[in-house]
Design a protein around this ligand. Sequence first.
Ligand SMILES: [Zn+2]
Ligand SMILES: [Zn+2]
Length: 251
Amino acid sequence: MSIVKSMKFLSQLVDIVYPPRCHMCSQFLPADEDLPSSHHLCRNCLAALTPITHPICTVCGLPFHTSKGQDHLCENCLRTRPWYDLARSPFLYSGPLMEAIQRLKYNSETQLTPCLGALFSSSAIELIPNPRDFLTIPVPLHRRRLRERGFNQSLLLAKALSSYLGTQLDYLCLIRKRHTRAQTGLGKEERRKNVKDAFSVIYPHIIEGRKIILVDDVFTTGYTLNECARTLKKSGATAVICLTLARTLFD
Ligand SMILES: [Zn+2]
Ligand SMILES: [Zn+2]
């Protein structure tokens, strides 16, 4: 038996002993379903994802309420252009995806990483035409929050993305120097102030002249990403593209 055949046989045997389950809802995955296996999701959970559809803001990616017309600048980006060049998210932050992101972050269910990483990476490829020119950087956690949580969910997503796109990954250059309150529950102005000057680049020579893919799990107001982008651009980054797995409609 060839190696490929024996590997296939082994994986079929594992599937019999441990039938694959949907990573989001834990239902058994029917063997006959023709689903992208890398997503590890059942048909119901895949159908419950809400992809963001055009028209969207050409800069921050905010989806507009109407389903007609071209992409254009939103009110916020018209008034103040963000420091990042582009922000995009494949899905709305809702339903089982929202639950899965919360389970990963607050319940340490890191077994969700391959599923969320695959969903994220496969949608990002369309947005980055020449990914190898980019350096991928996750939004950092303050060391205190990292100690509490034990991992940075943005780094898990950034790792999955950089290996999929074949980009370099750096998670040491950009640091969160100030411990900030969680943005959840804060008003817009409080959110902006909360992250002001919270980040710093400790190895500017790595950032200088580079194009950056900045990764986070959820885009809410964009203040955190904007502040990271400002810090990166001050250190000589030539472009910053923000990619998040999901975004809220909070604007
Ligand atoms: Zn499911
Ligand atoms: Zn916008």
